[in-house]
Design a protein around this ligand. Structure first.
Ligand code: ATP
Ligand code: MG
Length: 507
């Protein structure tokens, strides 16, 4: 490739055949990408394809082994994140990186607090700018509260506010919408479009193709660490992109099989935690997939965390097959046959320093042990079954879980809980961050487990997933159940209506 003459035609940022290895693992073999002003560029590829590695090289977090990085046509080298930031590049990572103890405002201005004429940090100015940013983003977040305990959606918004306040010329977003649902995504896209129209160059990474095609003008596909293709989004189809990503045809999503719904196994009655959720009652049957839909913040995760005993509730009851599940005891819930695959899997589901095999078998170590001893053979044997079923991409089972790509970490947590063969499986956002190939495998697996009699409670912010998989849909809004919709009546409209409107009270 020849270097184009400098001028307005040069891409805002360009990567040419960039490579990066970690020991024997080739994360990126040939990453190429050209981001232009006034453009939103999509980067897609399977879990482990090297997208986040490429992003971290742009961010100055990783140093490339070879290849070229050009900023407006000039060759550059970012030896640190500060250098990349200084060059006008803002990166929003797949995992938000806020400081939990600092306030929302402090997080936005971390490391570059404005000072007043006495050289002191100007807290008033900081706070006012934070408020202005949130207004522009159309969100309401208390600027003075600590970052700790914020939802993933709000954490992402704060990262975006930070990037805008830096006036970045290039904005990179690594799966920013994975934790957002409908309304939040629309809001984010409106912001992204206005940033594009201001002349910025945006890079957008997502496993959701509807978003990619809605938002982006250009799309680059990567596979196994290498560049595959770049096209205008108007010139390609989803099927074509998926084929290039996966290297094969992908079977249909949502392969829901017909099942006979059995007796009630889980009974939740009047579960209430003031200010969080109110009077939550429902039954879950053996063989049933019950979808729990609603907007982010509707209280869905809070309810299932209470059912499982990780969070407390003030009143109400939970029972499984007629036996009471004591509150505040995940251990008791587990012993009674409940498993919860949490939403924030990186924080709640994985021991990052431990091996993939150990993480996969974490919840069944006692069953795998003989006379109290767990051999690595038994551990690896069990881990291999589940990890291959979920297509976890790793070089070896003794790899540290923390070095897996985001989507592959998700798969390990799924594997860990599926291995327990629970009576009731509660799963919060089963396919968040998971690529299209494995997504259909996860759906097939859930459908199969339900077919074998498992009772599944599935929270999902992806409407097609809820509609495709659930036998019945419960919709929550502001801590209450606003609708219960049988599969045959569940449509995007009926679910969205219940998610955004209070229950119609019949008097
Ligand atoms: N620090 C690291 N040490 C060792 N291997 C790594 C490290 N970072 C990434 N890898 C490996 O590099 C490969 C690419 O990972 P990367 O995170 O770039 O994938 P990705 O395309 O972002 O996937 P996802 O869609 O799951 O987020 C993976 O096989 C991963 O295990
Ligand atoms: Mg990634």
């Amino acid at each position: 490739m020849s270097i184009p003459p400098p001028g307005s035609d040069s891409p805002a940022l360009e990567l040419r055949e960039v490579a990066k290895s970690f020991g024997a693992v080739v994360a990126l073999s040939s990453g190429s990408l050209a981001l232009r002003k006034n453009s939103i560029h999509a980067l897609v590829g399977e879990n482990g394809a090297g997208k986040s590695t490429l992003v971290k090289i742009i961010a100055g977090l990783y140093q490339r082994d070879s290849g070229d990085l050009l900023l407006e046509g000039d060759s550059v080298d970012f030896k640190s994140t500060a250098e990349s930031k200084g060059a006008g590049i803002a990166v929003i990572y797949q995992e938000p990186t806020l400081f939990p103890d600092l306030s929302v405002t402090e997080n936005i201005f971390m490391g570059r607090q404005p000072t007043n004429r006495f050289g002191r940090i100007d807290r008033k100015a900081m706070r006012a700018e934070a408020v202005g940013l949130f207004e522009r983003l159309g969100v309401r977040i208390d600027p003075d509260r600590p970052a700790e305990g914020l939802s993933i959606a709000d954490q992402q918004i704060i990262e975006i506010a930070k990037a805008i306040s830096l006036d970045a010329k290039v904005l990179v977003m690594d799966e920013p919408t994975a934790a957002l649902s409908g309304v939040e995504v629309d809001r984010l896209f409106a912001v992204a479009r206005s940033l594009r129209d201001e002349g910025r160059a945006l890079l957008f990474i997502s496993h959701r193709f509807d978003e990619v095609f809605d938002l982006c003008d250009t799309i680059t596909v990567m596979r196994d660490g290498a560049y595959i293709s770049t096209d205008p989004t108007t010139a390609v189809t989803v099927d074509e992109i998926v084929r290039r990503m996966v290297g094969r045809d992908v079977t249909e999503l949502f392969p829901k099989q017909e099942t006979t719904i059995g007796p009630t196994v889980l009974e939740v009655r009047g579960l209430t935690q003031p200010g969080v959720f109110h009077d939550i009652s429902f039954d879950l049957h053996s063989g049933e997939i019950l979808g729990l839909a609603g907007l982010v913040g509707a209280g869905r995760s809070e309810v299932v965390r209470a059912v499982f005993g990780v969070d407390r509730y003030q009143s109400g009851s939970v029972s499984i097959k007629g036996r009471p599940v004591p509150p505040n005891s995940p251990t008791a819930a587990m012993n009674l046959g409940i498993a919860l695959v949490p939403e924030d899997r990186r924080k709640q589901g994985l021991v990052l320093e431990s091996s993939v095999a150990r993480n996969t078998t974490m919840a069944i170590r006692r069953q795998l042990s003989k006379l109290g001893i767990l051999t690595s053979g038994a551990e690896n044997g069990s881990a291999r079954i589940w990890d291959s079923r979920l297509e976890v991409k790793t070089n070896a089972l003794d790899t540290e879980a923390g070095t897996l790509s985001g989507g592959n970490q998700q798969k390990v947590v799924l594997a860990k809980w599926l291995a327990t063969n629970p009576t009731v499986l509660i799963i919060d956002e089963p396919t968040r961050g998971i690529d299209v190939g494995t997504k259909s495998e996860v759906h097939r697996l859930l459908s199969e487990l339900a077919g074998q009699g498992m009772a599944i409670l599935m929270i999902s912010s992806e409407l097609p997933e809820v509609l495709g998989m659930a036998d019945r849909v419960l919709v929550m809004r502001e801590g209450r159940i606003t609708a219960e919709i049988p599969r045959e009546d569940a449509t995007a409209e009926s679910v969205m209506f219940a998610a955004t409107h209070a229950e119609e009270h019949v008097s």
